[in-house]
Ligand binder design. Structure first.
Ligand code: RP5
Length: 159
């Protein structure tokens, strides 16, 4: 069976940011599903979705009092990556960041930076890459490309 990632977000207003994770999963040909499910507005549906999911990793993004990644981590034994979103209601994203990162002992959420959905996608790929040679090799190429881009920009600097 193929590896799969579930992307969740608290509101459709989070989609623009969460699409950065989608781009990464597409780049690495990783199967995913994507849903708007809220810890506060659709708690029952969120729990049902997580309980029935066959995904290997969850990426959950939310803004403000961002409880979505936490509720997913409370239900599932799979890795959960949290994306704090600087939403219109957020206090510069700090409220979302602290809500997601400061989990109680026993219920970890791997938290990326504010609006860091790209890193969430990469981290999900890295988790899957531990047991998937194809994804691991794509990540090695990706890191090499990044390294070469930085070295090229360094060489191109007019000093
Ligand atoms: C959170 O509230 C969502 O994740 C979103 O970031 C924020 C604002 O939601 P909307 O009012 O835009 O639907 O639950």
């Amino acid at each position: 069976m193929n590896n799969k990632v579930s992307i969740l977000m608290g509101s459709k207003s989070d989609l623009e940011i969460m699409n950065k994770a989608v781009e990464i999963l597409k780049k690495f040909n990783i199967d995913y599903d994507i849903n708007v499910l809220s810890a506060h507005r659709t708690p029952h549906e969120t729990i049902k979705f997580v309980e029935e999911s066959n995904s290997d990793v969850f990426i959950a993004g939310a803004g403000g009092a961002a409880h979505l990644p936490g509720i997913v981590a409370g239900i599932s034994s799979k890795p959960v990556i949290g994306v704090p979103i600087k939403a219109s209601i957020s206090i510069a994203g700090i409220d979302s960041l602290l809500s997601i990162v400061q989990m109680p002992p026993g219920v970890p959420v791997a938290t990326v930076g504010v609006d860091g959905a790209k890193n969430a996608g990469i981290l999900a790929a890295q988790i899957l890459g531990v047991g998937n040679e194809n994804i691991k090799n794509q990540l090695i190429s990706f890191k090499k490309e990044q390294r070469e881009m930085v070295l090229e920009s360094n060489n191109a600097l007019v000093r």
